[in-house]
Ligand binder design. Structure first.
Ligand SMILES: Cc1cc2nc3c(=O)[nH]c(=O)nc-3n(C[C@H](O)[C@H](O)[C@H](O)COP(=O)(O)OP(=O)(O)OC[C@H]3O[C@@H](n4cnc5c(N)ncnc54)[C@H](O)[C@@H]3O)c2cc1C
Length: 390
């Protein structure tokens, strides 16, 4: 049977586009189906959605020939984690792990645009925009995908990278387990008087963490986690009142703010698909898992899914055969489950009852005083195997 493509990917967000670029760079025929339009060049001020990319994610994106614009990437060399009352504190430095930096902070739209730019130059990739799947049916050596624009595509493997509300996951009948943290993350882009561009810090408070993610120039993205009610009340504040509230609640090290540039808030949930694979079908990124963003790992583990799947496809004989998909599920479910458990424990250890918070303090003390534990935590956060000796 002649298939339209080797692989069809549903969802051209950062994870789907990164997989398409890596496979296209290896001359594999890919169809990328995106509900929206192709992304437009980022312009003007920083966007609100920012993500950290760790060493493994950056290496994967760059292996596809994608070039990220240096002036919109902010490398960071230190991560400082502390309790706001000063009872626990741990400073992680990239140098201690023999690295120059931990990775970069980049706007989601800048990363997505850079990936799509790469796709334009890959002859084996075809992008189908402004369309979405209506139905899907598996055959023995491939799968059909009916789109809402009247077209039907076929491929040896169909990959769902269509985000937390994945249509492909639903069409394949794959359920999810989920949990609502009853918390929101308010993201606030600010201009700071102080330069603090090589460090990212996070302080835990009993109502949720507050964090500073550096951007290029004297810009920062602040993240203020709090209950639904408190965040909704904060959203009513004028920019000047919000600036004062930040200067009161955030640690002194942030210094004065020159201005609040933009803000928005997002609900915090965790979700995990019951299976990552079906017949000639795989789920990656938020379609497979959504984790608490306090450790900045959601996109990273999505890109690690794409990296693992890409290697199995590039080095295998039949993309989508059961053995490859089974290997993918085994490797990624274990790693993602560990990340879900870690972020969940962080949440409960630092925003739970007093005894739990004391345990949280103890874990920060331990990380600070036991170099091996600290190194393993840093390697885990970088997507590297913490049990592999140099
Ligand atoms: C407040 C907050 C802060 C975060 N910070 C970080 C961080 O610092 N580091 C980090 O690693 N992660 C972070 N994350 C998580 C990260 O944003 C997500 O994990 C990531 O965006 C998931 O990417 P994705 O490509 O899988 O899904 P999405 O970004 O949701 O992309 C899905 C794509 O599929 C398309 N689509 C949807 N439905 C269909 C359909 N039916 N048909 C066709 N196309 C479709 C959409 O248009 C979109 O382009 C954060 C999350 C939050 C909420």
């Amino acid at each position: 049977m002649q298939w339209d493509h080797d692989i069809v990917i549903v969802g051209g967000g950062m994870v789907g586009a990164a997989l398409a670029a890596r496979l296209g760079d290896a001359d594999i025929s890919v169809g990328l189906v995106e509900r929206g339009s192709a992304p437009t060049p980022p312009s003007g001020d920083y966007d609100l959605r920012i993500s950290s990319l760790n060493a493994r994610s950056l290496a994967f994106v760059e292996a596809s020939g994608t070039v990220l614009p240096e002036d919109r990437c902010c490398p960071f060399r230190h991560i400082d984690v502390a309790n706001q009352d000063g009872s626990g504190h741990s400073l992680f430095s990239a140098h201690d792990s023999g690295m120059d930096d931990f990775g970069i902070f980049i706007e989601n739209r800048t990363l997505q645009y850079a990936l799509w730019q790469r796709l334009e130059n890959l002859p084996s990739v075809t992008c189908y925009t402004q369309c979405a799947p209506l139905s899907t049916m598996a055959a023995s050596t491939g799968r059909m995908l009916e789109l809402d624009n009247g077209k039907t595509l076929s491929a040896r493997l169909i990959v769902g990278a269509d985000g937390a509300h994945s249509t492909l996951r639903e069409l394949a009948g794959i359920g999810v387990s989920s949990h609502d943290y009853h918390q929101r993350a308010m993201i606030i882009n600010v201009e700071t008087e102080l330069p603090q561009q090589d460090i990212s810090w996070q302080y835990f408070t009993p109502t949720g963490p507050i964090a500073m993610l550096p951007l290029s120039g004297q810009r920062a993205s602040l993240v203020w986690y709090d209950s639904d009610e408190a965040t909704k009340a904060r959203e009513q504040l004028s920019n000047d009142a919000l600036k004062m509230a930040i200067e009161t609640a955030f640690p002194e090290r942030l210094g004065k703010l020159t201005r609040v540039v933009a803000r928005a808030s997002f609900p915090i949930k965790r979700q995990h698909a019951k299976r990552y694979i079906g017949k000639r079908l795989a789920l990656i990124g938020d379609a497979a898992h959504v984790v608490h963003p306090l450790a900045g790992q959601g996109l990273n583990i999505g890109l690690h899914d794409a990296d693992t799947l890409a290697e199995l496809i590039i080095n295998g004989r039949d993309p989508g055969d059961y053995i490859s998909l089974h290997k993918f599920e085994c490797q990624r479910r274990l790693a993602n489950q560990a990340m879900i458990a870690a972020t969940d424990s962080f949440h409960h250890l630092f925003t739970g009852s007093k005894p739990l918070r004391q345990l949280g303090d103890l874990s920060l003390h331990l990380a600070e005083r036991v170099p091996l534990a600290k190194r393993m935590m840093m390697q885990q956060a970088n997507g590297l195997n913490p049990f592999k000796m140099r």
